[in-house]
Design a protein around this ligand. Sequence first.
Ligand code: PMP
Length: 359
Amino acid sequence: MTYLDYAATGPLLPEAIAAMREAEQKFFANASALHTPGHLAMNKIEETRELLAELINADPEEIIFTSGASESNNTVIRTFEGHEIITSPLEHHSVIEAAKALKGKKKPTLYSYMFANNEIGEFLPLKDIAKKAHENGDFIHSDLTQALGKIPLDVKALDLDYATFSAHKVGGPVGVGALYIRKGAPFKPLIIGGNQEKHRRGTTYNTPGIAGFGAALKYLKDHKTWEIYDTKVRELRDELAKRILAEIPGSSLNTELGREKSLPNILNASFEAAEGESIQLYLDAEGIVVSTGSACASGDIKPSHVLMAKTGDAEVAHSSIRFSFSPDNSMEDVEKVMAKLPGIIDRLQKISTIERKTK
Ligand code: PMP
């Protein structure tokens, strides 16, 4: 199989599997308990907290663990319930929908702007937004789910009040995430009724999950994965982009390439008069796994809000495919895609009732 859907999720790193197994066997006790097994479990959790803090330049006390990026996003938005909440049009649904449901008119305002988008990989002007927010006494949250491990991160340099992370986008388990809360920033727990996380999130600690996240973070740190993404992964992504444009009539890119423009691992492309879902299924039949828009939103027949915001064209949005790479991919994967994709697009364009504009 040629797997090119790493931005949705990827396999657990062997290191994460080993850490989770060890935690299940050795660190199973309630991490809040005062007894020795409880302390041992808590030590594992603190190891992960310290690793994440080091990777993003935060203080360990500024980090809590959650069930994933969706919960982290919801927690921040709910803290600002009734306040003005301004989000970019490219945010994940867990920001957009929460903001729609909870926003009001009170000041201070919360800005929620991701650093890098999950569907097209492009960067947003986060530093400018943070500056503007702080000049007005407002607050800034950033969903850094897609950025972690792919580029160096520093929450202090970015001047963030809150930041969201997810373990399963970096080789850790699904169902574990984290939230950075700058010391002194307003905070309201989403889950009350437990003194865990210093009263910031109730429920018994998920020690195996957090240990798995820790092993993945250690992998990022030890391998400086952002350097591998910047070189090897970028080369694969850019080569695929170049070949798509050169070899497939009616193709266009929805991702601007370049170090200043986008993450190195994501390429979103559109193919005139060929439907994204059909392309995905034909590629799947050839053992090539990609996604259309965001996997979280598929099953939804509406065009992706991100592609609509980026292109303003429903046809372009409907004909888009996201290829997302990891260091486990190779040029052979690019070759495999280019051996199959042109024929698939040609076949779909021939049976399409949509007129091609660039014919
Ligand atoms: N934010 C972004 C930018 C994402 O890409 C995703 C996953 N698609 C999420 C949030 C949700 O992550 P989780 O599955 O950990 O809730």
